[in-house]
Design a protein around this ligand. Structure first.
Ligand SMILES: [Zn+2]
Length: 283
C-alpha cells in the first residue's frame, strides 16, 4: 500500500495497492526496453547498496513509477493476496525458466527442483500449454502441489538415475524444455542431461559448484538461457491471470509468521519443513 509519493514519481498515487518486483528499474534504459528489467543500468535488488530490504513495515522504493505495478480492484481475498505476493519474485522466476526454455503448446517439459520457484515453473509451463510436465521431487507435500499446478508425472530420482528415467519416459529423446530451478552442480547436470538436442535449458537457480557446461552446449547442441527474472516485465500478464483466477501460485506458501519470528521462517525453509514462508507485516 503506497503511503507517500516523491515529487518526481508518475503513475503511482497514495493509497494505491501495488506489487514491487525484487529489483527496481527505470523502465527506459536499453535493457529495460529490451525486456530485461533485471539488468537495468539504474536498477538493483532491494536490500543491497543501502536500499531498504523488502521485508519491513515500510520500504522506500527507488524509481517507484517504473518499478511498482498497481493492482486493480480492492478487497481481494486472502487466497488472491497470497498469489499476488508470488508475483514479486517466485512466480515470475518460474515463468522466466519456462519462457527462457521456449515452452509452448504441446511441449514436453521437465522441471528440476521442487522449491517455490520449481513449483511455479510447473505452473508456468502448464499456463504456456505444455502437454507433459515431469516434476522431479521426492517430497510428498511438494509432489502434491506440483500435481495441482499441472505436473503430469512425478519422478523421485536424482542425478544419473533421474537422467536415465527421463530418457526412458521420452523414448530416449529427452525433453523439449528442461527447467533448472536449483543451481547445484548435480541439478544443472541433470537438466543438461535430460534436454533433447536442439533444446534450450531454462536456468534460474542461483549457481554454486556448477561445472562449465560448454562441452554439452557444443557437442550435444544444448542451449542455455535464463538468469535473473525480469519480474517487472512479466507482472502485468501474470497479474491478469491471478485476478481472473486462472492461476493460483499462492499455494506455495505453507508457513506463516510475522516480523518478530522471521528467523523461524528462514529456518523452516532451510530445513525443508516449509516450501515458502509468508510474513505478515503491519496491520
Ligand atoms: Zn532500465
Amino acid at each position: 500500500m503506497v503511503e507517500q509519493v516523491g515529487p518526481e514519481v508518475r503513475g503511482i498515487a497514495k493509497g494505491d495497492f501495488v506489487i514491487a518486483p525484487f529489483i527496481y528499474c527505470d523502465g527506459t534504459c536499453a535493457h529495460c526496453r529490451a525486456g530485461v528489467t533485471s539488468q537495468c543500468v539504474a536498477g538493483a535488488a532491494f536490500g543491497n547498496h543501502g536500499i531498504d530490504g523488502g521485508q519491513g513495515e515500510a520500504v522506500r522504493v527507488p524509481l517507484a513509477g517504473s518499478t511498482l505495478v498497481p493492482v486493480p480492484g480492492s478487497g481481494h481475498s486472502d487466497e488472491t493476496m497470497r498469489s499476488l505476493l508470488t508475483l514479486s519474485d517466485v512466480m515470475c522466476t518460474g515463468h522466466h525458466a519456462a519462457v527462457s526454455a521456449g515452452v509452448r503448446s504441446g511441449s514436453v517439459v521437465a522441471v528440476v527442483g521442487d522449491g517455490a520457484v520449481g513449483l511455479c515453473a510447473v505452473l508456468a509451463a502448464r499456463r504456456l500449454g505444455a502437454a507433459r510436465i515431469i516434476a522431479l521431487s521426492r517430497n510428498p507435500v511438494r509432489q502434491q502441489v506440483a500435481r495441482s499446478f499441472g505436473a503430469t508425472d512425478i519422478l523421485d530420482e536424482r542425478g544419473d538415475a533421474a537422467i536415465d528415467a527421463v530418457l526412458e519416459m521420452t523414448n530416449g529423446v529427452g525433453v523439449d524444455a528442461a527447467l533448472e530451478c536449483v543451481g547445484t552442480g548435480q541439478s544443472v547436470a541433470t537438466a543438461l542431461g535430460i534436454a533433447r538436442p536442439g533444446s534450450v535449458v531454462g536456468a534460474v537457480g542461483v549457481p554454486h559448484g556448477v561445472d562449465n557446461p560448454m562441452e554439452t552446449v557444443i557437442f550435444r547442441n544444448i542451449g542455455l538461457r535464463g538468469g535473473v527474472a525480469p519480474a517487472r516485465a512479466y507482472i502485468p500478464e501474470l497479474l491478469d491471470d491471478v485476478l481472473e483466477g486462472r492461476i493460483n501460485p499462492g499455494l506455495v506458501f505453507d508457513f506463516e509468521t510475522d516480523l518478530d519470528h522471521i528467523e523461524d521462517a528462514y529456518k523452516a525453509m532451510d530445513e525443508r519443513r516449509a516450501i515458502k514462508a509468508l510474513v505478515r507485516v503491519g496491520r
